[in-house]
Design a protein around this ligand. Structure first.
Ligand code: ADE
Length: 294
């Protein structure tokens, strides 16, 4: 077959006039994803249970949008993804505001550190309901309200739970459930034109939110030792993969989970000690297109 390649999907304005919902979009990785989507022209509704975090995140993002003369729009809506009626409301309000729903990024989640023997049923249920049931309700809500008729793309954000998740067994189990859910929904909804994939960031992704959650910034020094790159990851190194999976560049990918952990989850071979190096620099680039090019 002759090559038809004459250009690429990767350009400014890639998501112009598209609409996304990002849960947990006001902080950490979710905020990074929201900014990259907006940069690419996508209108974004960010949703979170915590109204204070949502508003302070939106204030920062709006200031950044204004400074960049970016015309994509940001909206906020408090939503507890554990509650079906709040998820319905999020879908309805997003469609009222923007008239369509092209993408959903299920990034909102939460857990706490505890040995399994000490987890109370209430705590176990809360973590499973947020991370697994909440993600399911978001996917189902988006499908019923829009994507069944119009198609769309969904990305679920997981964690590195591939070898179990001691001291956070609840979230490990819930996120492994989302990995499996991703595959089931990809097959059930493919005939509607819906693609659904996941991204599993490693524990080395640094954000101020992650640092505050750990409560001890020194933990990142320990984590760094377990990463074959010998450095921490950035939220941009996650958001670029999310944007790729949502984009027409990934039309032939569904039901897949991308591990974004610099090989950390594969690094358990006791006979190989990777020497300290700085050979894989963080993702950054200088834009070489002007607004007129987009
Ligand atoms: N982020 C963490 N927990 C959440 C929840 N229950 N709903 C929405 N966003 C969240």
């Amino acid at each position: 077959m002759a090559s038809r390649m004459a250009s690429s999907v990767f350009r400014k304005g890639l998501f112009k006039d598209k609409v996304a919902i990002v849960t947990g979009g006001g902080t950490g990785i979710g905020k990074g994803i929201t900014k990259e989507l907006l940069y690419l022209g996508c209108n974004v509704m960010i949703a979170s249970r915590n109204q204070e975090k949502l508003e302070s995140g939106a204030k920062d993002i709006n200031a950044w949008l204004k400074a960049g003369n970016n015309h994509a729009k940001l909206e906020t809506l408090p939503c507890n993804i554990r509650k079906e009626e709040e998820v319905q409301n999020l879908m309805i309000k997003t469609l009222d505001k923007f008239g369509q729903l092209d993408f959903v990024v299920n990034n909102g989640g939460g857990q706490f550190i505890s040995r399994a023997e000490d987890i109370k049923l209430k705590g176990w249920n809360a973590v499973v309901e947020t991370n697994l049931t909440g993600t399911f309700l978001m996917c189902q809500g988006a499908y019923r309200h829009w994507m069944k008729e119009h198609g769309g793309a969904i990305v679920n954000i997981l964690v590195d739970m591939w070898k179990g998740f001691p001291i956070m067994s609840h979230t490990g189990a819930a996120r492994a459930g989302v990995d499996n859910l991703t595959k089931s929904l990809a097959l059930e909804w493919v005939h509607s034109g819906v693609r659904i994939n996941s991204v599993a960031p490693g524990s080395s992704i640094y954000s101020d939110t992650a640092a505050a959650n750990y409560g001890n910034i020194k933990i990142f020094d320990t984590i760094k030792e377990t990463v074959p790159y010998h450095r921490l990851g950035t939220v941009e190194e996650i958001s670029s993969i999310v944007c790729f999976l949502l984009s027409p560049g990934a039309t032939f990918v569904t039901g897949e989970t991308v591990r974004a952990d610099a090989g950390q989850s594969h690094y358990s071979c006791p006979t190989l000690k990777i020497p300290a190096h700085d050979k894989i620099p963080p993702y950054s680039w200088q834009s070489d297109v002007t607004d007129d090019d987009s």
